[in-house]
Design a protein around this ligand. Structure first.
Ligand code: ARG
Length: 288
């Protein structure tokens, strides 16, 4: 019935995700754009180091203000993209599954990521012995309804999804990314709670879009320009959606769903093709 449906839509009972309170981050001490591995990176457009530090500090403060916990790892000279901890790998309880980066520029990050996780009492378990089975961590993988939702097309290999899902012991959904500007899944997808997610199906192959739009009960569909402004590269901490950018239209809907919106500018990191989600790795994820 239309009446009860609209009532339900304006008063949704949302069930929070059971992860996303604790994040690993890495300060931008050696951040910069020194190579080009995605369409946003131009070595001649250098990020402002001081501003990057301010934006990163501000993001940490915003996460804490929303009730989150931030743990940090040390930056490493020569590894400018180590700030994007989302790509380090995937946490499942006390197990850490490291990424297998596609580009040689990022491959040396693995040693430092693994060292951090070992030092913090995680067991490091590689998911494959084939180094060409690329997997770029939580940039391309989310837990939704206890299942794995993973992206492929530019970085992570489709073949990695089944191997990972088997290791995690859960079903999986693959999203085929088709626009190289949104090369990781976390630029076109952000689960908000068990009902809602930000999605940009325009940059997905139509069969993936169909599947996910069935899987997510109430998606907030972003226009292409909203997605290109990294609106989906956001995190949810408690009741707050922390976003690099939030179009008024999107803010209105998030408010209606009972969320607070916190815009945390990350302009300097966008020059490397990363936003709020990319700068954080959820440490409190346990697959069922
Ligand atoms: N410059 C980095 C790269 O191209 C940016 C990574 C962004 N991370 C993300 N989770 N989307 O690999």
């Amino acid at each position: 019935m239309a009446g009860s449906d609209s009532l339900e839509r304006s008063n949704p009972t949302k069930q929070a995700l059971n992860w996303g309170r604790t994040y690993l981050m890495c300060p931008p001490d050696y951040f910069g754009v020194f190579y080009e591995i995605n369409p946003w990176m131009h070595t001649q457009v250098a990020p402002d180091r001081d501003l990057a530090h301010k934006q990163w500090d501000n993001l940490v403060a915003n996460i804490k203000q929303a009730g989150g916990i931030v743990q940090t790892m040390e930056a490493v000279d020569g590894l400018p993209d180590l700030v994007f901890t989302a790509n380090a790998g995937l946490v499942n309880g006390r197990t850490f599954i490291p990424s297998q980066f596609k580009f040689p520029e990022r491959q040396p990050e693995v040693i430092y990521n693994n060292a951090w996780f070992r030092a913090h009492d995680f067991e490091v378990v590689e998911f494959s012995h084939d180094p060409h089975l690329y997997f770029e961590g939580c940039g391309d993988a989310f837990m939704v309804h206890g299942q794995l939702v993973a992206g492929y097309g530019f970085r992570t290999e489709l073949g990695a999804h089944a191997v990972l899902a088997k290791q995690l012991g859960v079903p999986f959904h693959s999203i085929h990314l088709i626009d190289d500007r949104l090369y990781h899944l976390d630029i076109s997808f952000c689960p908000l709670d068990e009902r809602h997610a930000l999605v940009a199906p325009d940059v997905w192959h139509h069969s993936s879009a169909e599947d996910i739009l069935q899987f997510i009960p109430e998606p907030l569909v972003l226009e292409l320009d909203e997605a290109l402004a990294f609106s989906a590269n956001s995190i949810v901490v408690g009741n707050t959606v922390i976003m690099p950018h939030c179009p008024t239209r999107v803010e209105r809907i998030l408010h209606k769903w009972g969320y607070e919106v916190c815009v945390s500018p990350v302009t300097e990191f966008l020059k490397a093709g990363g936003g709020v989600r990319c700068l954080t790795l959820a440490l409190d994820v346990t697959y069922p």
